[in-house]
Write a protein that binds this ligand. Structure first.
Ligand code: GLN
Ligand code: ZN
Length: 772
């Protein structure tokens, strides 16, 4: 018997209904009941879609109002004591307090796709961090030695009851106990694994309650089995699952995102009724799993890509499944590789995509249909779905043969690139001397990271222009006025290296994607990033080429307004790759090299148009790292090469900057140094310059601008605070190599606080200069 199921469904809603309901609730426009009604309606609709596609179970428990991990914090009653919950709060009040904090300054995003914490007043929310290598952010559970657990299953049981009342067979989805503990953070150095024994009885009780409520299966997600785990963690699995097994409900252990490797035999022999593996990320393991998993257990194969938006090659899926079926006789389930949370709801009718492109894509809803076709082909023979298979083949064929996808000119340009195209002509020391002579900057030169406030007026002008209500020339003029204003403010403040302020950019990836060949943009391809925030990643479907300069006119205009150096501002190839849905028909490294070539041409055009300093932002460099250590060097090699291809086509006198933020850098310092940027600016203020210590210890060779203030808060930093941070910086990095700048771009700020903060920052730099 072949069955189909999913590991989770996007909960935000086809029209982002959940997002809008949440935000209305937070603004006080609707109460808890109304919000709950929207959520319940979405759940019912999503279950109905799952059943209509022939899934054998609906997924219950994956529908989080804010985040599935914080749901487990509440489910197991382990909210940190610092929130001081009394029990008088409603469950939703507790949820949103954990997620959003109390009386803190508003959390905002700098546009880098990353989520950031908030200010330091009140009760800060739980931290957020990326869910494995996705762009989804979960709320990090906080554990300490005093953490206690208690079960609060009512919300989940109600959802099971609701699904049952609608007549659906239910599989409940939970994060498994080991992954839950692993993903948390131990506050006082407490041992997270040490909490397992206290946690397990509550999982057992929950499983028993779910069984009693009529759940047929419980899926326990343990994606950490795809990581390099310390021995005591992998050892703990057996003990834990023996206990959980005792609860009597059939358990499906779900792994995804990464090969199991050394955990494969462990995963196969744990006392559970079924195992889900990611057949997209680790197809090479399918056969061994099919062999090793005892025959009475269910094998669930993640056969459709849950992380990307391409229509599946159904013939290839069937070919991959056949040897597995031969080995599994009965118990085979088909599923997407992971939760469908990571793809848009649907792309089938997207208004912004052309008809041809749409046929190449599959959102969550289309993936359900792919599962239906695969199941039927395997159950009743391919004849029974001949028309569906033919449609899929035709779409795939058109994608393969499309001249929009494969462009000989792009291949030729890459092939023509000399092998040393990723190296600057001279070593850093030599470049530094030439650049010092050219720019004559003072010690502790001041600059900013690129963007200035994206004011309501700027947004309104862009919206009007996009609607067609504002003519090109008028929009252009509005942006030039903004740029002129930004330049004038920077001159008045006395900054040394200016920027044009990025007024004309909606988003640092979209802006470039819209001007490059090979990218498309959906109207409604939203994916949840965190809470109510969604992103709409570009679709990188074809060979990348730059038909025309993208930033040169703005940069040259800005340079024409000032005698100080104007820094050109670009997004780097790795970040553009990382924040897009990328092709699955060629290696990521190749796609990245194509983007690099386009950026390289832009850098050279900036240079020949009088821009002497160019910044290439790579905030996403680190997040592209593979989950397993083994793949890291190879990634850093090609990613670094892509950056250098973009950066190295210029003369010694042209100064290349890069910028990175909101990540640990210390474990990839050699790779960062190998980028050989003349200057790197990084976020360091929130770690109180601690991040910089690594650069010092590593003897990072080039110039560094450690961020001296956090841009996520409207608070104006005091000069003395920044002086203190700069002194700390000068203790680990020679002062001759230090720059002075904020942590990141200022697009989310307003002008008054921006000017005040930068005024204090310039004063701090001057104080330190005077001491030299
Ligand atoms: N240049 C960009 C800006 O200032 C950098 C953004 C980022 O690092 N996320 O907005
Ligand atoms: Zn940044």
């Amino acid at each position: 018997m072949i069955k189909t199921h999913i590991l989770g469904y996007p909960r935000i809603g086809a029209q982002r209904e959940l997002k809008f309901a949440l935000e209305r609730h937070w603004r006080g426009e609707i109460g808890e009941q109304e919000l709950e009604a929207v959520a319940a309606g979405l759940r019912a609709r999503h279950w109905a879609e799952q059943r209509a596609a022939g899934l054998d179970y609906v997924s219950v428990g994956d529908f989080a109002l804010y985040d599935q991990v914080v749901d487990h914090v509440l489910l197991f009653g382990c909210a940190p004591a610092r929130f001081g919950f009394t029990g008088a709060e409603t469950p939703l009040e507790r949820l949103f307090t954990l997620a959003r904090g109390v009386a803190t300054e508003a959390r905002d995003a700098c546009g880098c796709g990353n989520a950031h914490g908030s200010g330091t007043h009140g009760k800060p929310a739980l931290e957020m961090t990326k869910w494995f290598d996705t762009n989804y952010h979960y709320l990090v559970p906080e554990f300490d030695a005093a953490t206690r657990f208690s079960l609060a299953p009512q919300r989940l049981l109600d959802q099971v009851a609701a699904a049952r009342a609608l007549g659906h067979p239910v599989k409940v989805t939970l994060v498994g106990p080991l992954s839950f503990l692993w993903l948390g953070k131990a506050k006082d150095g407490a041992d997270r694994l040490g909490l397992l024994d206290a946690l397990l009885p509550h999982y057992c009780e929950l499983l028993a309650r779910l069984k009693a409520a009529g759940a047929e299966w419980v899926q326990l997600d343990e994606p950490i089995l795809g990581l390099d785990l310390p021995g005591d963690w992998s050892l703990a699995f057996e003990r834990a699952y023996h206990l959980l097994h005792g609860a009597g409900v059939p358990l499906l252990l779900a792994t995804y995102f990464s090969p199991l490797q050394e955990h494969l035999s462990l995963a196969c022999k744990l006392p559970v009724a079924g195992l889900h593996v990611d057949g997209v990320r680790a197809p090479e393991e399918l056969r061994s799993v099919a062999d090793w998993l005892p025959p009475h257990k269910v094998l669930s194969v993640g056969i459709v890509d849950g992380r990307n938006i391409w229509r599946a090659d159904l013939d290839a899926c069937l070919a991959r499944l056949r040897p597995v079926i031969d080995r599994r006789a009965g118990n085979l389930w088909l599923a997407p590789s992971c939760s469908l949370l990571h793809v848009p709801f649907t792309l089938a009718h997207d208004a912004a995509l052309d008809a041809e492109l749409r046929t190449w894509l599959a959102g969550a809803r289309e993936k359900l249909n792919e599962l239906r076709i695969l199941k039927q082909a395997l159950t009743d023979g391919e004849q029974s779905v001949a028309a569906d298979l033919a449609t899929a083949r035709a779409a795939l064929g058109s994608r393969r043969a499309s001249p929009r996808v494969s462009r000989p000119d792009v291949a030729a340009a890459l092939a023509a690139l000399p092998s040393d195209a990723d190296r600057r002509a001279s070593a850093f020391a030599q470049r530094q001397a030439v650049q010092q002579a050219r720019f004559g900057l003072p010690a502790y030169p001041t600059t900013t990271i690129g963007s200035f406030p994206q004011t309501p007026a700027i947004r309104a002008a862009r919206a009007a222009w996009r609607r067609g209500d504002l003519a090109d020339a008028a929009y252009d003029q509005a942006m030039r006025t903004e740029i002129a204003h930004a330049v004038q403010v920077q001159e008045a403040l006395g900054l040394d290296v200016l920027v044009h302020g990025e007024a004309e950019r909606n988003d640092m990836v979209e802006y470039f994607g819209e001007q490059l060949d090979g990218f498309a943009f959906s109207a409604n391809g939203w994916v949840q990033s965190y809470g109510s925030r969604c992103v709409k990643p570009p679709v990188l479907f074809g060979d990348v080429a730059r038909p025309a300069p993208m930033t040169v006119a703005w940069a040259a205009y800005a340079q024409g307004l000032t005698r100080r150096p104007m820094k050109g501002m670009l997004t780097g190839p790795v970040t553009i790759l990382q924040w897009s849905f990328v092709r699955d028909d060629q290696p990521r490294a190749l796609t990245c090299a194509q983007i690099a070539l386009a950026i390289r041409a832009e850098v050279r055009d900036l240079e020949s148009n009088g821009i002497g300093i160019v910044q290439i932002d790579e905030p996403a460099l680190r997040e592209g790292l593979p989950l397993r250590r083994a793949g890291r060097d190879a990634y850093l090699d090609w990613a670094g090469r892509a950056f250098r291809i973009a950066a190295s086509g210029v003369a010694d006198a042209t100064q290349i900057h890069t910028h990175m933020c909101y990540a640990e850098f210390n474990d990839i310092l050699p790779a960062i140094a190998a980028l050989d940027a003349d200057v790197i600016t990084i976020e360091t203020s929130r770690s109180d310059m601690e991040l910089l210590a690594g650069f010092g210890a590593f003897a990072y060779p080039n110039e560094i601008g450690p961020g001296v203030y956090d841009i996520h808060s409207p608070r104006v930093p005091a000069t003395r605070d920044m002086v203190r941070l700069l002194r700390k910086a000068a203790a680990v990095v020679p002062a001759e190599r230090l720059w002075v700048n904020p942590d990141c771009g200022l697009k989310t700020r307003a002008w008054p606080e921006t000017e005040a903060a930068l005024r204090n920052m310039v004063a701090a730099a001057r104080l330190l200069r005077a001491e030299r």
